[in-house]
Design a protein around this ligand. Sequence first.
Ligand SMILES: Nc1nc2c(c(=O)[nH]1)N(C=O)[C@@H](CNc1ccc(C(=O)N[C@@H](CCC(=O)O)C(=O)O)cc1)CN2
Ligand SMILES: Nc1nc2c(ncn2[C@@H]2O[C@H](COP(=O)(O)OP(=O)(O)OP(=O)(O)O)[C@@H](O)[C@H]2O)c(=O)[nH]1
Ligand SMILES: [Mg+2]
Length: 486
Amino acid sequence: MIPNDSIIALATPSGAGAIAVIRISGSDAIAATTPFFKSIHGKKLVEQKSHTIVLGHIVEGKQTLDEVLVSIFKAPNSYTGENVVEISCHGSPYIQQQIIQLFLRNGCRMADAGEFTLRAFLNGKMDLSQAEAVADLIASDNAASHQIAIQQMRGGFSNEIKNLREELLNFASLIELELDFAEEDVEFANRNDFKALIDKIQKVLKRLIDSFAVGNVIKNGIPVAIVGEPNVGKSTLLNALLNEERALVSEIAGTTRDTIEDEISIGGIGFRFIDTAGIRETEDVIEGMGIKRTFEKIGKSEVTLYLFDASAVISAPNEQVNSGLKAKDLLLEIKKIKNKYPQKPLVLVANKIDRLSEEEISNLESQFRIPFEEVSNRSTRQSDLVLLSAKTGQGVEELQSRLLQFVNTGALRNNETIVTNTRHYNALLKALEEIDKVQLGIDEELPSDLMAIDVREALYHLGEITGQVTNDELLGNIFANFCIGK
Ligand SMILES: Nc1nc2c(c(=O)[nH]1)N(C=O)[C@@H](CNc1ccc(C(=O)N[C@@H](CCC(=O)O)C(=O)O)cc1)CN2
Ligand SMILES: Nc1nc2c(ncn2[C@@H]2O[C@H](COP(=O)(O)OP(=O)(O)OP(=O)(O)O)[C@@H](O)[C@H]2O)c(=O)[nH]1
Ligand SMILES: [Mg+2]
């Protein structure tokens, strides 16, 4: 049974605004609105065509609550597939609440989180992965996550899964047909054709599964840890990247005690920068805890920026200038991190180059680039040494474009489907597991009935993605994470 009682919710953000939209959906939505709406020109709501707007007042008895526009959507031609009324009122929280309360007293109930979209799904307006994309779309805050969500909402991913399912279904029915004629020992399908089909499906599944690595980071923002000794300018760099005075900066070593994170979009991709406590030997318990956390953050980041004070390294022969590390010690420090996190891409950032002369800058390049490449042991197309000044902003753009190279944006550019949802990812993994079994079955000439079981299992897992296979608990989990009014 698909529920069709009238649900109501504020569709716009809570709080004051120029206009607020209140949405009502249900088979009685239009009838429920009628007694409380007086059109300026005496128009009757029930007589209005679908997708039209009427100007009038919301009234309760003699009292006029507001002048509003009412939009009518008639089932099945609406977002939810039910009759829908939208009331655009003045955006005062008082008015919003008065109107909602009025309808709650008169046959409507408050919509649960995601209930409008749940109904759209139940009424066949969209499949489950499209419904999930609606939530992703609302949450998207950069070009990449937006592009993926909109593509998924428009059915790109769903169609890909549906095509796979259809091909598998054909396969399954042919196998099952053979089972019916088991005694006659007939083969309705050529085993080589089967194999080709299974190989193809396997390939598509693998591509989708692989895309999750990129999809996941794009959706959540790519975490980048900024680490280094105290006072090298980590917080200054964070502020420069965010274009905001987010972290405290001072000439005192040990200023940042705890990690500070914030997200910003670079080239359409969300990055989450994590400023950390400077790494050094310390007796201070709190500072020690901060440093421990720094290492945890390196572990959790996609890329680590190891910052050092270029002016301190260059001037190392001049003992009074700074207590900074010498180049050799610095490389040792980096090696430690590299040993601890061998897989983690590390970008060496030479900061404070505004203090250096041209000559010192070129010395720095030759002093670091080669030795660093040895410790970083990565066959990079480009070196991972970036020279900049966090204070003047020089070189910060160069660092940003270097960071973008860590994101494989090929799939994005080619408009390929990118999986961002853990639930989909897990279903794809399970489907692939079954397909692998089928493939083995074909190779080993297993009896058809065994293969048929695996094919049905794979079909089941693909159906979970689009919601062709579902249950109340799963739906509850998915839609509970939506906002109210969606
Ligand atoms: N005012 C308003 N704006 C909104 C929404 C809404 O519900 N109300 N949406 C909600 O999230 C999004 C738009 N999505 C919508 C999707 C379908 C239909 C709809 O009426 N569909 C009918 C008719 C299609 C047609 O005219 O051809 C249908 O599918 O049958 C409306 C909104 C974003 N903006
Ligand atoms: N000349 C110059 N000074 C800089 C630059 N970047 C940072 N500084 C200065 O270096 C000092 C330390 O900067 P912070 O950003 O607080 O350094 P930090 O690495 O966050 O230090 P901790 O939080 O103590 O680990 C401040 O006085 C900054 O103004 C730069 O590019 N050039
Ligand atoms: Mg700091």
